[in-house]
Design a binder for this molecule. Structure first.
Ligand code: PRX
Length: 664
């Protein structure tokens, strides 16, 4: 990849005077200078920097060695013992027991507030409840829930007793849930009857009842009553949440775990069909999550922080649960759809609760932009002081809208680059010390050695396209892929084996000021509405359908979602017969099959993976060795033609036919 980026964006924004004054900060120039000094020192000696950050945590036993690096396996803060829930809750009980930790609003408008003390007591009860069901240190506990306070409690209760949580996004299908529970060997599952979404209760437990019988390791299921909908319960295995916690004491000793004890597994998509169980451990993860939240959001005593991510993604782990709570920041949690009951729900939430920091995704920003400014202008958003963006590149137009219409030019924007694998934010401005430019996450945070390099691992020149790598281990890095060390090595460390760089899978360029501009994934991973999906995962769901012979899925740029999925599908001969026999001409039958396939993918993976478009094809373009040439398909859906290198294409007529199928 040696392309020059075409994006010309020269606007620069230093933080407003109002932002600095409200935060009692020095002059921007002074902050900038101090931050530069800090970064330079941390970049020179990252281990020393992280050692200092780790000391901000509460350790039950201090660590001896900051980093043991046996490429590509890292251990951080070795010898230390600590507990994640203690760091999120107990540490605030002296000074902030009665400060709100969680303010929650359900979609129907019901609200609940938990102070740090109340949250602590609830977590203790639940932790004891889990113990009473036989959950022990080292066991894996699945969490399949919506956005309710109990989801946060569930994570912290697991951490309290040293169990490893595995949160599975509530929008995933039963099949996806089953696979993730089986792969992680989960012993217990925490779920709920249903959740409110777009005005109606949507089932969780009852929708997955059947598949739970196909998880042999699963011994206990705990069900929270949220919607009151009918929910079948398996005697002996399934228990109501309120009954489990009712009899429990509100005191549960926090288990002292090793720094490298697994805190959680979180599944994410890779470039093959099977999702990867990303494993994060305790001491390093907590260190970087706590410190990055401080650097990026500069939390103040009176902040109310609202992150719109779902608990089922890494953002929900690091920047709803652990990061803000460890920093003693009050979190606003919202259950439902951002546009229910009206397109202005988000803005009314912010005005009503007086949110000061908003952290959301470009896809949400673009949808709000499309809905129109009037829904924003109805509400007084003057409480906001800082805005954040995460999940995909934010295009300058959306950035400017966020800056002017939401932030009224007062609020800096922190565009934060990171991944499920990195655990914490890696590239982002510190809002009081870095000038921002629309469309770039700016500079690596202190202690993060991220760079843009060419195929040989050499740093690229300014504005030359290359690959984003990380050159030194960082505390919250993934430790492995659960149960699959080989895949861990192959996916992240083989590309730059000699140089020992971590390969992010992203293309990027660095501008003349050293700012990093992310150009998107260079592998078969796509970002649809801020959700990461492997095209291979969708392909493997499609070929599992009895009518499908072969499938290739590629991404096409989309104004709102970032990317849309286009699936090229060849049908088995038996299914083609149905098409040919359709008396109405094949279009009705073809449409029926396309709808059937879309519904199938939604069932196999979840509605987020449903292809936007399905093109039925007689054959797919292949190399002589039989590999599907996805590059050509990608080009075809993006530009309408495939002009690139076709020298290895086996059958040229295939391309012509595909072009014709597009014009159908
Ligand atoms: O391609 C990058 C994109 O999202 C990928 C990571 O996805 P996931 O593991 O689901 O985590 C998303 C939330 C942290 C990255 O490889 N990405 C994430 N943040 C940004 C981004 N691309 C550009 N700018 C960002 N701020």
């Amino acid at each position: 990849m040696k392309s020059k980026s075409l994006l010309k964006e020269n606007r620069k924004f230093a933080p407003s005077v109002e932002f600095l004054e409200r935060s009692n900060l020095k002059s921007f120039k002074a902050n900038e200078k101090d931050y530069q000094k800090l970064r330079t020192a941390a970049q020179k000696n990252p281990t020393a920097y992280w050692t200092k950050q780790a000391k901000e945590l509460k350790w039950i036993k201090p660590f001896k060695t900051a980093l043991v690096w046996k490429h590509p396996f890292a251990k951080w803060f070795v010898g230390g013992k600590l507990n994640a829930s203690e760091n999120a809750l107990d540490v605030h009980l002296e000074a902030h027991a009665h400060k709100a930790a969680l303010i929650w609003e359900g979609e129907p408008g019901d609200t609940r507030t938990y102070t740090f003390l109340q949250l602590f007591l609830e977590v203790n009860k639940l932790a004891n409840g889990l113990k009473s069901l036989g959950v022990k240190k080292g066991d894996v506990v699945g969490i399949y829930m919506g956005m309710v306070p109990e989801a946060v409690m569930a994570m912290l209760a697991c951490a309290r007793i040293g169990a490893t949580h595995n949160v599975i996004f509530g929008g995933f299908s039963g099949e996806a849930l089953r696979d993730r529970l089986n792969d992680s060997n989960a012993k217990c599952l925490l779920t709920q009857d249903g959740a409110f979404r777009r005005g109606a209760p949507s089932a969780l437990k009852s929708a997955v009842n059947e598949v739970l019988n196909h998880v042999p390791s699963l011994k206990k299921v705990v069900v929270l009553k949220r919607t009151g909908q009918e929910t079948p319960m398996a005697p002996g295995r399934d228990h109501w949440w309120h009954e489990v916690v009712a009899a429990q004491s509100n005191s549960c000793k926090a288990e002292a775990v090793d720094s490298e004890h697994p805190l959680f597994i979180l599944y994410t998509s890779g470039s093959t069909g099977k999702p990867k169980g990303i494993l994060h451990t305790t001491g390093g993860y907590l260190t970087q999550v706590k410190s990055s939240f401080k650097t990026v959001f500069g939390p103040q005593e009176k902040d109310l922080y609202f992150c719109s991510a779902d608990i089922g993604w890494i953002t929900g782990h690091s920047y709803i649960t652990y990061g803000p709570l460890m920093n003693g920041t009050t979190v606003l949690l919202y259950e439902g759809a951002p546009t229910h009951p009206g397109p202005d729900r988000f803005w009314s939430l912010i005005a009503h609760h007086q949110v000061t920091i908003l952290y959301t995704a470009p896809t949400a920003i673009r949808s709000f932009m499309k809905l129109g400014d009037e829904f924003v202008l109805r509400h007084n958003l003057s409480s906001l002081r800082l805005l954040g963006s995460v999940g995909e590149p934010i295009n300058p137009e959306a950035w400017m809208w966020y800056h002017t219409v939401i932030g009224k030019k007062r609020c800096p924007i922190v565009d934060t680059w990171w991944q499920t694998e990195t655990g914490a934010i890696m590239i982002s401005p510190s809002p009081d010390s870095v000038t921002t430019k629309p469309g770039t996450a700016t500079l690596p945070l202190p202690g993060i050695l991220a760079d843009v390099v060419d195929q040989n691992g050499k740093s690229c020149k300014a504005n030359e396209g290359g690959f984003l790598v990380v050159k030194h281990p960082w505390p919250s890095m993934l430790r492995t892929i659960f149960g699959n060390k080989e895949r861990y090595v192959a996916a992240y460390w083989n590309e730059y084996k000699k140089q020992r760089f971590y390969f992010t899978g992203d293309g990027a360029r660095k501008d003349q000021d050293g700012y990093i501009w992310i150009m998107g994934r260079v592998d078969d991973v796509v970002n649809v509405s801020g959700h990461r999906l492997g095209t291979a995962e969708v392909e493997s769901a499609l070929v599992a359908h009895p009518k499908v012979a072969e499938a290739a899925v590629v991404a096409k740029p989309d104004d709102v979602k970032g990317s849309a999925l286009v699936a090229f599908v060849t049908l088995k001969a038996s299914a083609k017969v149905i098409l040919d026999a359709d008396p109405s001409g094949s279009t009705v039958a073809a449409q029926t099959i396309k709808d059937e396939l879309k519904a199938w993918v939604a069932k196999e993976i979840g509605p987020i993976a449903k292809p936007d478009e399905i093109r039925l094809a007689d054959a797919l373009p292949k190399t002589r060795s039989g590999k599907i040439m996805r590059r050509l398909l990608r080009e075809m859906v993006t530009t309408g033609k495939a002009s690139g290198d076709t020298s290895t294409l086996e059958d040229f007529s295939v391309l012509e036919k595909l072009r014709a199928s597009d014009e159908e």
